[in-house]
Design a protein around this ligand. Structure first.
Ligand code: HEM
Length: 628
């Protein structure tokens, strides 16, 4: 067994011990020599730590953060050096995976086998490289960060063992494509469904098999083109409320915490969009808003907690935390029941003629569409699906906006170009669908933000049958993490992978997606389980970004806590995104040569058409969506 003792600066517990040869068995196209891996690794944090294109201002002087980065770099170097690599038998890992699902005795046997593996005899045939991790190695950092180091050293597929738990980590686009698209029927949502069961039940995200097929067919039509277009007005109204809040902060000279404001903005949007409920969380906190947050925090905690305390029989009944969660769920369910009842009455009063692009103008919500289409109002499935969409469409969009504004504060040239485009496209009123189609550079900013900060950073699957992945046989019951983070940061695929560069996506090119990027870019997943809200979310984040940067400049607030990443279901900041917001001063109006000579007594009108406007050269708007 390889030496695993901690070195100075690392926890005394071992970080990752690697079982299995990296050199013999890793897919060649993704392997990097350890030295190169180390060099590339050193730039990983730049996007998250303020490496802009000049003008960003550093935020990395916090000693705790510096120490954390030093430890991460040291761990990365040790992983890349192959220090923890030993040989292990190929049959063992699938067996460990199966044993660990048989309850405590199986888990114990699996742990023993794992320990013995280093001394086990190597056998012929390809073996997936293995890493045995200690929880201590990843505590205090986003878990996908060390997975990136392991990927650079061990390639597009490797096995990670945490005690008795075993996961396959996939960072190879061809393998991701195989799992998500080509052989998607052979994979379920696995542990994700188990973790989210308490809140989403068998809603569309965790559902598998027949339930998923039936519900997907019922829900996708609800997000038709006409509905998404109608939502543009809603995005504008909610963003306008946020603008008013920011305007007040700007005039009061108060800094604002943008992450929580974006969370409120997207909660207000998704509440109206899914079940026509105005949380109005940008204006005040009420019981239901608090209940939604309690539930969301619990889902996030469960998805990252190493020990499932919520399953311990007596503890789960007496724990104050679990009591609070249960009360929150009860309130949300009661509210949902009321909303369903109200909506049902509306549908009954309607002179209903249901058709493909059916939409009620007064209540264009997804709930209204589902009830009008004949969905069973009394079913638990309907509630599960509504809860699923509330959660799926809330935190993801909030995280995209948070990291976009962080990146913009670090890249002032991108911000200037963005503001040029917005100034030339948006008029005085709220954005229209035509405006959104013209906001091409704004869309590229969102595309690129989603590349650097994919939400969620990993996709979870479980194999339902034996399969071959990247030339390796895998068994039934394997838990798999497809690291979208690794795919989006792969230095082999992307030039200057860590640089925020919206220009990498040509304005006159197609909207980047998993198909035209051959599964190296998966902002909304891929295959039959692809996000149903991709167009909704793109328009929502484009509208909010455009409206905000039209009116304000954003800078990191003086003395703001350093911005680093932590994981829940999406990537959060560790301590918020504190920004100083200032009203934009209008650029000076410069007369052009065609301007009529005005007499001293005549003031040129601000709206004179022959004024030069700081117009970006925006290509004509075409529909940006390639529907999957
Ligand atoms: C920027 C915002 C968003 C991002 C980045 C995002 C991302 C994703 C991703 C990556 C998946 C695939 C998960 C997997 O394969 O395991 C997914 C699935 C899903 N998303 Fe989104 N999403 C966003 C917004 C939304 C919105 C606004 C809605 C609803 C209106 C939504 C509803 C769903 C649903 C229902 C699924 C499950 C689809 C299925 O399994 O059939 N998402 N999303």
């Amino acid at each position: 067994m390889a030496a695993t003792t901690g070195s100075a600066g690392l926890s005394s517990a071992p970080p990752f011990r690697l079982l299995g040869s990296a050199s013999a068995s890793t897919p060649a196209q993704l392997r990097l020599p350890p030295a190169a891996a180390c060099r590339r690794r050193s730039s990983l944090r730049c996007a998250a730590s303020g490496g802009g294109d000049g003008g960003g201002g550093g935020s990395g002087s916090d000693p705790a953060l510096e120490e954390q980065r030093r430890r991460q770099a040291e761990l990365a170097a040790r992983i890349a050096s192959g220090e923890f690599t030993v040989q292990g038998p190929g049959w063992m890992a699938p067996l460990v995976g199966r044993l660990s699902k048989l309850g405590p005795p199986g888990e114990l046997a699996a742990a023993l086998l794992t320990r013995l593996a280093g001394a086990g005899a190597a056998r012929g045939g390809p073996e997936i490289p293995q890493a045995v991790g200690s929880i201590n190695a990843v505590v205090g950092q986003a878990f996908f960060v060390p997975l990136y180091d392991l990927f650079l050293t061990y390639g597009g597929i490797f096995r990670l063992n945490f005690g008795p738990k075993s996961f396959l980590i996939v960072s190879d686009p061809a393998i991701a494509k195989h799992i998500l698209r080509e052989n998607s029927k052979a994979y379920s949502k696995g542990i994700l469904a188990e973790i989210l069961e308490f809140v989403m039940g068998t809603g569309l995200i965790p559902a598998d098999g027949e339930i998923w097929r039936v519900r997907r067919r019922a829900i996708v039509p609800a997000l038709h083109q006409k509905y998404v277009t109608a939502m543009i007005g809603l995005f504008g109204e909610a963003s306008d409320r946020l603008c008013q809040k920011l305007d007040k902060a700007a005039s009061d000279g108060e800094d604002v915490e943008m992450e929580s404001l974006f969370s409120r903005l997207t909660l207000d949007v998704i509440g109206k969009a899914v079940f026509n409920y105005d949380f109005d969380s940008l204006s005040y906190d009420n019981g239901i808003v608090e209940a939604v947050y309690v539930t969301l925090r619990e889902a996030e905690m469960r998805s990252t907690s190493p020990i499932p305390t919520w399953e311990i029989p007596i503890w789960k009944d007496i724990s104050p935390r679990q009591k609070k969660v249960n009360e929150a769920l009860k309130l949300i369910n009661t509210t949902l029941d009321e909303l369903i009842a109200i909506c049902k009455r509306l549908v009954e009063q309607e002179d209903l003629q249901f058709h493909e692009e059916y939409m009620n103008e007064q209540d264009p919500s997804i709930l209204h569409f589902l009830l009008a289409s004949g969905d069973d109002v009394s079913s638990k499935q309907l509630r599960d699906d509504l809860m699923t969409m509330l959660i799926a469409g809330h935190e993801t969009s909030a995280a995209v906006l948070t990291w976009t504004f962080y990146l913009l504060s670090k890249y002032p040239k991108v911000m200037a170009k963005l503001q040029d485009e917005v100034d030339s496209v948006l008029g005085e009123g709220l954005p229209t669908i035509e405006d959104v189609k013209k906001l091409k550079y704004t869309t590229r900013v969102i595309n690129e933000s989603l590349r650097l900060y994919p939400q969620p950073p990993v996709l979870i699957r479980r194999s339902l049958e034996d399969d071959m992945l990247g030339g390796y046989p895998i068994g039934r019951g394997e838990d798999i993490f497809i690291s979208v983070w690794n795919l989006h940061h792969c230095p082999k695929h992307w030039d200057d992978a860590e640089v925020f560069n919206p220009e990498r996506w040509p304005l006159d090119g197609p909207n980047p997606n998993e198909i035209n990027q051959n599964f190296s870019y998966l902002p909304f997943g891929g295959g039959p389980r692809k996000c149903v809200g991709d167009m909704f979310a793109t328009f929502e984040t484009v509208v909010a970004t455009a409206m905000l940067v039209k009116l304000f400049d954003f800078q990191m607030a003086p003395g703001a806590p350093p911005v680093d990443m932590t994981t829940g279901a999406t990537i959060h900041t560790t301590a918020g995104l504190k920004m100083t917001v200032t009203r934009r001063t209008k650029p000076p109006v410069i007369p052009n040569l065609e301007m009529k000579v005005v007499s001293d007594s005549q003031e040129p009108s601000r709206s004179t058409p022959s004024m030069v406007v700081s117009a970006a050269n925006v290509a004509s708007g075409e529909d940006q969506r390639e529907l999957s």
